[in-house]
Design a protein around this ligand. Structure first.
Ligand SMILES: [Zn+2]
Length: 154
């Protein structure tokens, strides 16, 4: 016997919809994957960029996520709004990563296990970089999960 996540009514184990409110019954694993998918359900403002700009600055946009190579689009693609969009995200990601690294190092000094756990954050940063690279290469101005809403460039 489970409880409906929508209305709290009791649901038989074999039921696929709630008998009380009709909400579909989902497993915890399905909920988890839905949440992960929702995280990448971010604002996509590709329409606001000129197709010509997107087309000719895709490589510059990809460089924005490759550590210090972000310097190349900062200087070489100053006039490309599309490259600037990705430079902004690459910089925000890099700054958050540095702050996280310092935090993890300090925490690791206090308690090695905590430092170890926080170091796993680097996996998250790698995944975010890959998402950014894929979007940039596809010609999409889509925000990164979680950090994409922050703007440090105009
Ligand atoms: Zn229900």
């Amino acid at each position: 016997m489970a409880l409906c996540k929508n209305c709290g009514a009791r649901i038989a184990d074999e039921a696929t919809v709630c008998p009380s409110c009709g909400a579909p019954v989902t497993s915890t694993a399905e909920d988890f994957f839905d949440k992960v998918k929702d995280l990448n359900n971010t604002a996509d403002t590709t329409y606001a960029y000129h197709p010509q700009d997107v087309q000719s600055n895709r490589v510059m946009a990809v460089l924005a996520y490759l550590s210090w190579l972000v310097l190349i689009p900062i200087f070489a693609a100053k006039d490309s709004p599309y490259a600037r969009f990705h430079v902004n995200q690459g910089l925000v990601l890099a700054i958050v990563e540095v702050i996280w690294g310092i935090f993890a190092a300090i925490a690791g000094e206090l308690l090695w296990f905590l430092g170890f756990v926080l170091d796993l954050g680097s996996i998250v940063f790698a995944v975010l970089s890959i998402i950014g690279i894929v979007n940039a290469a596809k010609g999409r101005a889509k925000e990164l999960p979680v950090i994409g809403r922050f703007r440090i460039l105009k």
